[in-house]
Design a protein around this ligand. Structure first.
Ligand code: ATP
Ligand code: MG
Ligand code: MG
Length: 392
């Protein structure tokens, strides 16, 4: 039915789940990534994929020749060539301008500030003096962040005291430019997936709560149970107003960016109930894995619909509640939760086919659905305990 071909930069787990959605819709997906260990290419190995780096202009041009639309599953790509391709009339989504802006977290924040999006204060840190100025301005702790190439918190360093100041620079990659951020004393972390089609149609998924462990997303709960514990009340209206504000912040932020596709918007819910935006991902996002089982149309399918100008599917949940647990590399204990999940009603296991299991590497995830959040919690507990018996 669909004859247009989509090319994607990156063939990791997000690309794999885009491929799953593409297969159902007869959409041909050509993937550019290294030949070894590509979770996405494994699903459609007969396709003439491009083997190489998504940072290599020659390979990106080669991909462009064989597809009608180019998209990304990772933002750390060569954008110069994407600009060039866009200028020559090739359809690239989200727009190269958006990917370029998001690649630099500091530029991203300066851009969002211009549009009135609430953010933690930040300061450029080009040298040691600037880091010390940040300490004076923000106090301790504060966050020193790599502007570029950051993921899973690997570009972040918490400066906890004056003693940390001197060595702070050396804790992060030597050549990467840095900026500092005021510490966000958040109550919880929230995320919203927003999808915008090339037709201009916009829709957002429910607000979810993300729980991080060692800077890596550990758990996601959908919809977020906000309001509870924040003011000592579980007042429904209060919770609804947080959900509405979070969705509005996310949608306003995406409205300031060009191009189509899904965007993951990470936010902090502060202790006073205010919301700060943390960062945006211009692609499907870990916090949206749950949409495969829990929403009428997954983030992966809606991403394809958006960049091809097909009608967007409903972003609403079709179950009352869902939870998602990431399976991170942990040696021989990596798959303990998956073994539990086979015995569990409402659990769906996704493994990514990664050959090498490094510590902390995202190897898979499990989504749990239920008739209430209480039920999801009850079902999730043995899985979480299988990974870490001290976790309750
Ligand atoms: P991702 O894998 O989501 O791209 P990343 O490497 O870009 O992660 P951030 O999202 O900037 O990193 O930060 C990772 C986590 O660190 C956040 O989810 C949050 O838990 C914590 N964090 C980030 N910035 C701050 C801040 N200013 N104050 C307090 N905690 C923060
Ligand atoms: Mg990030
Ligand atoms: Mg993040």
């Amino acid at each position: 039915m669909e004859s247009r071909r989509v090319g994607i930069l990156g063939g990791g787990q997000l690309g794999r789940m885009v491929q799953e959605a593409a297969s159902r819709l007869n959409i041909s997906l050509t993937i550019l990534d290294e030949p070894v260990d590509s979770p996405a290419k494994q699903l459609n190995a007969n396709q003439p994929h491009i083997h190489g780096s998504f940072r290599d202009p020659v390979k990106i041009r080669e991909l462009a020749e064989s597809v009608d639309v180019i998209t990304v599953e990772i933002e750390h790509v060569d954008t110069r060539v994407l600009h060039e391709l866009e200028a020559s009339g090739k359809s690239v989504h989200p727009s190269p301008a958006t990917i370029t802006l998001i690649q630099d977290k500091y530029l991203q924040k300066q851009h969002l500030a211009k549009y009135g999006i609430p953010l933690a204060d930040s300061l450029d840190c080009s040298d040691q003096e600037a880091i010390e100025r940040a300490a004076q301005e923000f106090g301790y702790p504060f966050m020193l962040k790599a502007k570029t190439m950051a993921y899973d918190g690997r570009g972040n360093y918490v400066v906890s005291s004056m003693a940390d100041l001197k060595d702070a620079r050396s804790k992060l990659a030597p050549d990467v430019p840095l900026y500092a951020e005021r510490w966000a004393k958040f109550d919880r972390e929230l995320a919203v997936m927003v999808v915008r089609s090339i037709t201009g149609e916009v829709s957002s998924y429910p607000v979810v709560e993300t729980v991080h462990k060692n800077n890596i997303c550990h758990l996601v709960f959908a919809p977020a149970q906000v309001g509870r514990g924040l003011t000592g009340t579980s007042d429904e209206t209060f919770s609804t107003s947080i959900q509405e504000r979070a969705r509005r912040v996310a949608e306003n932020a995406i409205a300031s960016l060009s191009g189509a596709g899904v965007f993951g918007v990470e936010m902090f819910l502060m202790q006073d109930g205010s919301i700060l935006l943390n960062e945006i991902a211009p692609r499907p996002h870990n916090s949206g894995h749950y949409t495969i089982e829990a929403c009428y149309t997954s983030q992966y399918e809606n991403h394809l619909r958006a960049i091809l100008g097909l009608p967007l599917g409903s972003t609403e949940m079709k179950v009352e509640a869902a939870g998602m647990l990431n399976i991170l590399g942990a040696g021989e204990n990596t798959y303990l939760a998956c073994e539990e999940a086979y015995r569990l009603r409402g659990a769906t296991t996704h493994l990514y086919g990664k050959k090498e299991c490094k510590a902390g590497r995202k190897m898979g995830h499990i989504t749990i659905v239920g008739d209430s959040m209480q039920e999801v919690h009850t079902r999730l507990l043995p899985l979480v305990m299988a990974i870490d018996p001290s976790d309750k």
